[in-house]
Design a protein around this ligand. Structure first.
Ligand SMILES: NC(=O)c1ccc[n+]([C@@H]2O[C@H](COP(=O)([O-])OP(=O)(O)OC[C@H]3O[C@@H](n4cnc5c(N)ncnc54)[C@H](O)[C@@H]3O)[C@@H](O)[C@H]2O)c1
Length: 336
């Protein structure tokens, strides 16, 4: 057997170490953080990072909507690592490097309507990557705070929606994947005592928000004098919740101990889409050109949160009225 000279082994070792160091510094960010926010370049994730200097983000910068908005958010926070939650190796490196103590999981394929067009994207991001994340976290004693959605209430008619209501009638594939998250979180609690709290967000809106959502596209079209599609002839109601209230609720969860919980984060005051359009008209000073349409597939008639559990657990008290929140959004929109 021919022996490899020691100096060659040292050389190879040094090269490997050097390339690892380059890779590490290219992908990861220097700093001291104890919380990981997935979806950190997304709408909610960005606002969480802005309020939590101890948090670092990860985001795949997918092109579901204008990627430049995601890069803009990431530039502002300066704390988003480009990568995928499904990448177990990267996730373990991040958790190890920063000694992460909590994970706020907001990365997902969002949007109800798009789940009719591209169901696979939802299964990949919301189910497969969620299981990968749970696999990374299990036995590490790192509590998980993750985004569920009001859409899990589906076709329920009893309002307001409470966490104790049965959730067996999802109306869209998106809703089904979010409910799946809650069930999977329960499995990992049962098997590994993985602590988790699932937050059912109710129609979150605000500055730097999502262009695919009605408040954004309606404002854009109204400002540009273009028509807007008003589904179910305006007779749908949403419990619109301002981003700062949602962020306060999420941060509240980082300060409590929990085992397995599910909690609504909404405003608790639904408005019809007709009222919502009137607030946008008032804020923009322009009249909407409404194209009345029948109910959209996968949509539900009303969302309405009972937030008493969040009030009890984390002192959650939403502050921002829809009119004030729309004014803040339109002001941001006009300046950008
Ligand atoms: N905004 C709302 O009204 C609302 C309502 C209910 C629930 N939610 C949930 O809240 C969370 C945040 O929503 P948002 O409005 O900020 O959406 P968003 O699309 O702006 O943010 C999600 C981010 O996750 C990233 N992402 C997707 N898959 C990923 C993956 N596998 N790895 C890494 N990054 C990935 C995307 O690039 C995106 O930047 C989502 O889970 C969403 O389903 C949002």
């Amino acid at each position: 057997m021919k022996l490899i000279p020691l100096r060659n082994l040292v050389l190879v070792g040094t090269l490997l170490l050097f390339s690892y160091m380059i890779l590490e510094s290219e992908v990861l960010i220097e700093g001291t953080f104890d919380t990981l926010v997935t979806g950190g370049a997304g709408f909610v994730g960005h606002h969480v990072l802005m309020k939590m200097p101890n948090a670092v983000g990860i985001d795949s910068f997918n092109n579901y909507y204008d990627v430049s908005l995601k890069y803009k958010r990431a530039k502002i926070s300066g704390r988003v690592i480009e990568g995928n939650v499904c990448d177990i190796v990267l996730m373990r490196r991040i958790i190890h490097k920063y000694n992460i103590k909590k994970v706020i999981h907001l990365a997902a394929q969002a949007g109800v309507r798009y789940s009719l067009k591209n169901p696979q994207a939802y299964v990949k991001s919301n189910v497969e990557c969620f299981v990968q994340l749970l696999e990374v976290l299990k036995n590490l004693n790192i509590p998980l705070i993750y985004a569920s959605s009001s859409s899990v209430y589906g076709k329920n008619t009893k309002v307001p929606f409470s966490e104790t209501d049965p959730v067996i009638q999802p109306a869209s594939l998106y809703a089904a994947t979010k409910r799946e998250n809650e069930l999977l979180a329960h499995v990992y609690y049962n098997l590994y005592k993985q602590q988790s709290i699932g937050l059912r967000f109710f129609t979150v809106y605000g500055p730097m928000g999502r262009p695919d959502m009605a408040y954004f596209s309606f404002t854009k079209n109204i400002m540009e004098g273009k028509p807007i599609n008003v589904f179910n002839y305006g007779e749908v109601s949403r419990d619109f919740t301002y981003i700062d209230d949602i962020v306060n609720g999420i941060i509240g969860c980082t300060k409590i101990d929990f085992t397995y919980e599910i909690m609504n984060l909404g405003r608790g005051q639904p408005h019809t889409v007709g009222e919502f359009i009137r607030f946008i008209e008032k804020a923009t000073g322009k009249k909407a050109i409404k194209k009345m349409m029948p109910m959209a597939k996968g949509d539900v008639l009303i969302t309405y949160a009972n937030v008493s559990k969040a009030t009890t657990l984390v002192g959650y008290r939403p502050q921002v009225t829809l009119e004030d929140g729309i004014n803040k959004f339109v002001k941001w929109y006009k300046n950008n």
